[in-house]
Each structure stands twice: as C-alpha cells, then as structure tokens.
Design a protein. Structure first.
Length: 176
C-alpha cells in the first residue's frame, strides 16, 4: 500500500493516457490515482472515464457556446449533454446510424439536456440545417474523425452568418 491505497482498492486514473493491450499489469505512480470510495457501486465507477473524457473535451465550452456532437449516443455523449446543460451550452447531438434504437438514444440525450438530438441522417435535412443556423455558429465540433470530410467541416465552422453556414452545410459531403 502507498498512502491510503491498498491492494484490491478500486481506483481511477484521471490523467493516465493509454491504449488497450495484452499487458496483465500496469505500473502507475500512486499520485496519479484517485481511490474510489467503496460506497460507489462498480457499475457507476465504470463511468468515471466517460465523465473525465467529456469534461476534457468540453473544458473550453462556456455559456452561449454551440457544440455539435456526432456520435453522442455513448457514455461520453450522455455526460456531455449533462455538462452542456449545466453550463448553458447548446448541444446538438447526432446519434450514429449504427445504433439499434436511435429514437430511444435521441430521447435519452434530450432528457439529459441536449438542445437538439436526432439520428445522424437528420443532419442532411433542411430542418436540421435551420436549427443549427438559428443557434449560431458552432464553437466546438466533437466527432469521430474517421468518417468525416474535414475540409467541409472546416468550411462550416469558418462560415460567417446563417446564409454562409447553410451554404457550407449544403456543400458538405453526405457523411458530415
């Protein structure tokens, strides 16, 4: 044991950056760990990583900002919806096309505080474009970068005024 940590304690490493691998053990400086109180159920403690990720992604978001989130159906997206609502940030969250029950995921995100939540296909509609344009220029875009047309997204973020944003959206690749 080091400090108040003992073998078998449930811990969280909020600053640890790693990748999945085959290692059976990991050596970490005890100062990088936070002991999870034994009164917190393991199922709840498992969400600490999602909460830390959402908080880090939204670190600069302040009241009045607009955040677009593609793939908001997961744990990080659910925490992001709550953080945005608490901060007065308008979150527009799109649910991935591969989600089994997209409508249920949309309702969860709306209930957690997303200003607008919809299946990803909705992003291609004039209604969605109008909603985003009415909210104002997005200040942050959270997205799985493997499936986007980066130049089109950059054009959208750089466009000034509702007409320019609508034009950038109209010119964007369909996966956007």
């Amino acid at each position: 044991a080091e400090g108040d940590l003992a073998k078998g304690d449930l811990v969280f490493a909020p600053t640890l950056r790693c990748a999945w691998g085959d290692a059976a053990t990991v050596t970490v400086d005890a100062k990088a760990l936070v002991k999870v109180p034994p009164t917190i159920p393991h199922a709840q403690a498992a969400h600490l990583g999602a909460a830390a990720a959402a908080a880090a992604l939204l670190a600069g978001a302040v009241a009045g900002d607009v955040v677009l989130h593609l793939g908001g159906e997961g744990a990080v997206g659910q925490v992001a919806a709550q953080l945005c609502a608490a901060r007065g940030v308008s979150l527009v969250s799109l649910v991935g096309a591969d989600v089994a029950d997209a409508e249920d995921a949309v309702e969860v995100l709306k209930n957690l505080g997303a200003v607008c939540a919809a299946p990803a296909a909705f992003a291609r509609t004039p209604t969605f474009r109008g909603v985003v344009a009415d909210l104002g220029a997005p200040s942050l875009l959270l997205v799985d970068a493997a499936n986007i047309d980066a130049p089109a997204v950059n054009a959208l973020l750089a466009a000034e005024g509702a007409a320019a944003r609508r034009g950038a959206l109209a010119a964007a690749h369909g996966v956007d």
